[in-house]
Design a protein around this ligand. Structure first.
Ligand code: B4P
Length: 188
C-alpha cells in the first residue's frame, strides 16, 4: 500500500486555495478538509464551537487555536483520511503548525508538501468582493477582508519560511486563471 498523501494548501484569503484543494482532492480521491467550511458548519448548527467562533469569523480574525486544533484532530482521525487528505486553512499560526506536527507524528504520518499560493492583496480583494455579490458570505465585506489580510501577514505568512526551511514548500503563482493553476498542481 502506498504512503498516505498529506498536503497543506496555504495562502492569503481569496488566493484560491479552497477552490484548488477541492478540485485536487476530487482528482486524487482524497478528502478535502477546509477549516473555514468546518467552522461555518459549526456556526450553522449553533454548536458551542460555532457560538465561540462566529464573532471572530465575521470580523475576519482567527478563532481561538484550541477550537481549530480540536476540529482538525477529530476530522483527520476519521477513517476516510487513512489514504491521506488535503487540508486548507490550517495551520494558520505557529501554535497550529506545532499541533499539526504533533498529530502527524503520533499517527506516524509524513507531510508530503505545503503548496503556497502566492498572489497580491489587490487581486484577492477583487475576488472576495466578487464572491460577496454572488454568495453573500458574512465575512466578505471590505473591513473583514482587510483584517483577514492583516492577520494573514502577521500570523500565517511566517509559516511559509518555516515549511521552506523544512524543504516542504511548493510555490505556485496564484494570480492566474483557475485552469492554469490546476494544470500546474496536477504536475506536482
Ligand atoms: P476560510 O474559509 O479559509 O476563508 P478564506 O481564507 O477567505 O479562504 P477561502 O477558501 O474562502 O478562499 P479561496 O482562497 O478559496 O476562513 C474563513 C474564516 O474562518 C477565517 O477568516 C477565520 O476567522 C476562520 N478560520 C478558518 N481557519 C482557521 C484557523 N485555522 N484558525 C483560526 N481561524 C480560522 O478563494 C475563494 C474565492 O476566489 C472564490 O470566490 C473563488 O471563486 C475565487 N477564485 C479562486 N481561484 C481563483 C482564480 N484563479 N482566479 C479568480 N478567482 C478565483
Amino acid at each position: 500500500m502506498s504512503a498516505p498523501r498529506i498536503l497543506i494548501f496555504l495562502g492569503p484569503p481569496g488566493s484560491g486555495k479552497g477552490t484548488q484543494a477541492k478540485m485536487m482532492a476530487e482528482r486524487l480521491g482524497l478528502p478535502h478538509i477546509s477549516l473555514g467550511d468546518l467552522l461555518r458548519e459549526e456556526v450553522k448548527k449553533d454548536s458551542p464551537i460555532g457560538r465561540r467562533a462566529k464573532e471572530s469569523m465575521n470580523a475576519g480574525k482567527l478563532v481561538p487555536d484550541e477550537l481549530t486544533i480540536e476540529l482538525t484532530r477529530q476530522r483527520i482521525s476519521r477513517p476516510d483520511c487513512r489514504p491521506g487528505f488535503i487540508i486548507d486553512g490550517f495551520p494558520r499560526s505557529a501554535a497550529q503548525a506545532e499541533a499539526l506536527d504533533r498529530m502527524l507524528a503520533e499517527k506516524k504520518l509524513d507531510l508530503e508538501a505545503v503548496v503556497y499560493f502566492r498572489v497580491s492583496e489587490e487581486e484577492t480583494v477583487k475576488r472576495l468582493l466578487g464572491r460577496a455579490q454572488l454568495e453573500g458570505r458574512a465575512d466578505d465585506n471590505i473591513e473583514s477582508i482587510r483584517t483577514r489580510f492583516e492577520v494573514y501577514e502577521k500570523t500565517t505568512s511566517p509559516l511559509i519560511d518555516h515549511y521552506r526551511s523544512l524543504g516542504k514548500l511548493a510555490e505556485i503563482d496564484a494570480a492566474r486563471s483557475i485552469e492554469a493553476i490546476s494544470r500546474d498542481l496536477a504536475r506536482l
